[in-house]
Ligand binder design. Structure first.
Ligand code: GLC
Length: 506
């Protein structure tokens, strides 16, 4: 079957979606139970954050075994049942692939420490400098040192994230064979596509030279705030030397022609250019960058993406995820942003609970488990707030329908806000996703795009030859033309005229 190249994708963070057994943690039977909620939204696919065997130091992105489900989420039978139900409901299923690193509990890594040189080749081990210090100045993307000493091997190993996530050597044939086999295994179970974690961090230069300091024009653009020392380097040697993006041709080969493939680009530096490199023919379908969420979908950011990309079809749009604070504010701006996302051509990723306008909860330090949040506490943007479980009812006494046990993070949702979410925001999302599908905006191309201060003015041409114009005011008041002719669709003024959005067929 020809793959849909511009799907609307609903991201599920399984730990926080729906618990079925009172453990306080979401699981696969819980997802199966709630699939009709997602299908009713009208999206094309679900993407599951990792469900594989993991000690959960990095929320499941630290994997011990990519071929098996962690018992906290259920069994392979539960997985098969979930896929079958999703397909019955017309939803494709995409799985997360964390190929850049494993958990330090992975048997490969443990065998490497025990002296198995074949397994050691699957990672990056280097002797210390004569003075005992690490081989070079590379840093982890979280701002920690990238090199960690192992006294048994008397060598350093490399890790681009937490010390518990040793980086894999993706050029190693043994690693490649494993990846190909495990991806094929998931395809055989009916999986339709994959999301590749930190795909732009896959390769480093084997000369292993020190990175130079960041050029001033780069420094501000590297992902993360400047309180993270990673932003102080120009990542010329530790990130994608040469045409590193051609590695995506392997991913395509291993996953199959008919799989939908998208990747995460965590480097704000040249984000769009990298996205274009990774989505050349024979590579990934799309890459998502942090431009949109970091700019909260502002007119300037959208116009810049349109300018710098060859096609928005190759950049997946999103505003919230398990890694970013939720963007919703519980006011008209949420609806305007949603309409703008529905209108923009290209794939669109909706994060669980966004369709209810869930705001970013504040967590107490004692409740937080994410090592990255704790590292910069209380100053980082904070990832775990966005992982607070989804409320299925507005009743706090019933743990908002998430679990019959104690939720793994406290759920302090405001019941009135949840009721508004279900009564107002959810039907709005259903409407606009239906419009996106009916008029095929996703596969259209942009023919004009202008950011005038707080107003985004964008015109698209659909494959069927129809033109639509969208005007989105981000707090600038109602643009003049908004009132001239009756639009096809507009956000209802709700007293907050600063934000409004409307779409016309022109
Ligand atoms: C990606 C994941 C994030 C994780 C990191 C390291 O950015 O989305 O949650 O911590 O990769 O695997």
């Amino acid at each position: 079957m020809e793959r849909n190249k511009t799907p609307a994708i609903y991201q599920i963070y399984p730990r926080s979606f729906q618990d079925s057994n009172g453990s306080g943690t979401g699981d696969l039977p819980g997802i199966t139970r709630r699939l009709s909620h997602i299908a009713d939204l009208g999206v094309d696919a679900i993407w599951l954050s990792p469900i594989y065997v993991s000690p959960m130091i990095d929320g499941g992105y630290d994997i011990v075994d990519h071929r098996h489900i962690d018992p906290m989420f259920g069994t392979l039978d539960d997985f098969d049942a979930m896929v079958a139900k999703a397909h019955d409901l017309g939803l494709q299923v995409y799985l997360d692939q964390v190929l850049n690193h494993t958990s330090d509990q992975c048997p490969w890594f443990l065998d490497a420490i025990a002296g198995d040189e074949g397994m050691a080749d699957r990672y990056l081990w280097r002797d210390p400098k004569p003075d005992g210090s690490p081989p070079n100045n590379w840093l982890s993307q979280f701002g920690l040192p990238a090199w960690h000493w192992n006294h048994k091997r008397r060598q350093y190993y490399y890790s681009q994230f937490l010390p518990q996530q040793p980086s894999l050597n993706l050029r190693c044939p043994g690693v490649q064979d494993e990846i190909a086999a495990q991806m094929q295994g998931w395809r055989n179970r009916g999986v339709d596509g994959f999301r590749f974690d930190v795909v732009t961090a896959f390769l480093w230069d084997e000369v292993m030279k020190d990175n130079p300091p960041a050029r001033p024009e780069v420094q501000d653009k590297v992902a993360g705030e400047n309180f993270n020392p990673y932003t102080y380097q120009d990542h010329v040697y530790d990130m994608l030397p040469g045409d590193g993006a051609s590695y995506a041709e392997n991913l395509r080969k291993w996953a199959g022609e008919d799989a939908y493939l998208f990747g995460e680009n965590t480097s704000g530096n040249q984000s769009i250019e990298l996205a274009m490199a990774f989505t050349q023919p024979g590579r990934l379908d799309s890459v998502y960058t942090t431009d949109l969420p970091e700019g909260r979908g502002s007119p300037a950011v959208v116009a810049d993406m349109v300018d710098r990309s060859e096609s928005l079809h190759r950049i997946a749009g999103w505003l919230s995820s398990h890694d970013q604070p939720r963007h919703s504010r519980g006011d008209a701006s949420d609806l305007v942003l949603a309409l703008q996302m529905a209108f923009l051509p290209g794939p669109w990723i909706i994060y669980q609970g966004e369709e209810l306008s869930l705001p970013q909860p504040k967590l107490a330090k004692g409740d937080v488990t994410d090592p990255l949040d704790l590292l910069y506490w209380p100053d980082g943007p904070g990832r775990e707030g966005a992982r607070v479980p989804v409320p299925w009812t507005s009743d706090p006494d019933d743990q908002f329908g998430f679990t019959s046990g104690i939720p793994w993070l406290p759920m302090t949702w405001d019941s009135d806000g949840i009721r508004r979410g279900y009564d107002v925001v959810l039907p709005f999302y259903r409407n606009i996703i239906a419009l996106r599908r009916e008029h095929d905006w996703a596969s259209a191309k942009v023919i004009a795009c202008e950011a005038n201060g707080d107003i985004l003015d964008i015109t698209i041409l659909t494959q069927g030859g129809q033109r639509f114009r969208g005007l989105f005011s981000h707090g600038a008041g109602q643009p003049g033309d908004c009132s001239e002719t009756e639009p096809l669709f507009r956000t209802q003024p709700d007293g907050d005229y600063g934000w409004c959005g409307a779409i016309w067929q022109v």
